[in-house]
Design a protein around this ligand. Sequence first.
Ligand code: TRP
Ligand code: SF4
Length: 405
Amino acid sequence: MSTPFPYNDRVISGMRPTGRLHLGHYHGVLKNWLALQHEHECFFFVADWHALTTHYEEPSLIPESTWDMVVDWLAAGISPGSATLFIQSRVPEHAELYLLLAMIAPLGWLERVPSYKDQQEKLKERDLATYGFLGYPLLQSADILIYKGGQVPVGEDQVAHVELTREIARRFNHIYGREPGFEALAEQACKKMGKKNAKLFDRLRKKYREQGDQESLEVAQALLESQANITVTDRERLFGYLEGGGRVILPEPRALLAKASRMPGLDGQKMSKSYGNTLALRDDPADIERALRTMPTDPRRVRRTDPGDPEQCPVWQFHRIYSDEGVKTWVREGCRTAGIGCLDCKQPVIDAVLGELRPIRERADEFEQQPDLVRNLINDGCEAARDAARETMEEVRHAMSLVLP
Ligand code: TRP
Ligand code: SF4
C-alpha cells in the first residue's frame, strides 16, 4: 500500500520521557532527526502519556524527564525553527482521536502486537495488565494519524506499531470514507482535473485495479499530487478511489528505519538504561573518561603482552563509530600483535566521545540558564501542534457523524 502524496512529507516521532538522553539515543535517533528536520516538516514530541502506560505508579519522574529531554534535544541541535517540538499531553486532541480509533480497533489486533506479550514477559516486575498498556500502540497510531504523518522514524522494535497504524488508517478510511454516492463524487472530482488528465487518471486507475500495476498507481498518485485546481477533499476522494477504498481521510504512514547505527554500550550490548551501560549526553567529562578507561576489553588480553582480537572487544565497536580508517588499521594491527595496550587503544575513542559531547553539554548549560526561553519554545510548539491536530479532528468528527444534523 502506498501513502497519499499530500502528506507524504510530514515526519512524526516521539520519545518516552525516561530520564536523560544517552549516546544510544543520540546515534540511534537524534542524528536521524537532525537530518530530517531540514528536509521535511517535522513534529517531535515527548510521549508522556506513553510513559504512564508502563510507569503509572511513578509519575513523579515525568516532569523532570520531560524537561531534560527537551533540553537534550535542543542541545543536540533540534531546532524549533525547523521542527515543531511539543508534549503529547498538551495536545489533548491525541486522546480524542485515540478514543475514536478505539471504537474500530479490533481487540485481536492489539493483543497480537508483538511488544504486548514481549514486554509483559520482560518487565515482570511491572503491572502491564492494564487497559492503558494494551492501548499503547493505538495511542501511538493516534499520535501519528492526527498529523496525517507520512513518515515515522523509529527503531526496529517500533515497526509493528507503524504497521498497526497503517491497518487502523485503512480500516478507518474504509468505514468512514465511504460517504453516500462516493463513486459519483469521485468521478465528478476526476472531471475537475480537465479532460486530458481525467482520461489519463482513468487509464492508470484501470491498469492498477485490473492488473495490479504498481507503476500506474504511482504515476496516478503523482498526477493527483500535481493538481493545483482540486480541493483537498476531492484529492482525498481520488486517492481512495484509485486504490479501491473510501476517501483517504487518514493517510497511511511509513516507518523510516534509521540507517542502523547501533550504538554499543560500555559492555558491548546495545546501549540502554536498563542494562546500566550508558554514557549520558550531559555526564561529567571526568566520569565519561573514567567509564571508558575501565570498560572491559577482549578478555584474552590479561597482560599487556597478550595479543587480542578486536572483534571480541566492545572498544572496537566504539572505533567503528568514531574512528577513521587510519586509526582502525592501527587498532587491528596493534591489538593482534600486542603492539599497543588497551589504554592506548581507548584514547582516540575517549577523545572522540568527549569532543562530540562538549558542544552538546555547553549548549545544554545555556538552555538551562534560560528556563523561560525553553518554556516559551515548548508553549509555542504545543500551540502549533494543536492547530494541526484540530484540523484533522474537524474532519474526523465529520466523518464519524459527530455533528448536529
Ligand atoms: N512508542 C515509541 C517508543 O517507545 C514512542 C512513541 C509514541 C512514538 N508515539 C509515537 C514514536 C509516535 C513515533 C511516533 O519509543
Ligand atoms: Fe580492545 Fe583495543 Fe584492547 Fe584490542 S587493544 S582488546 S581492540 S581495547
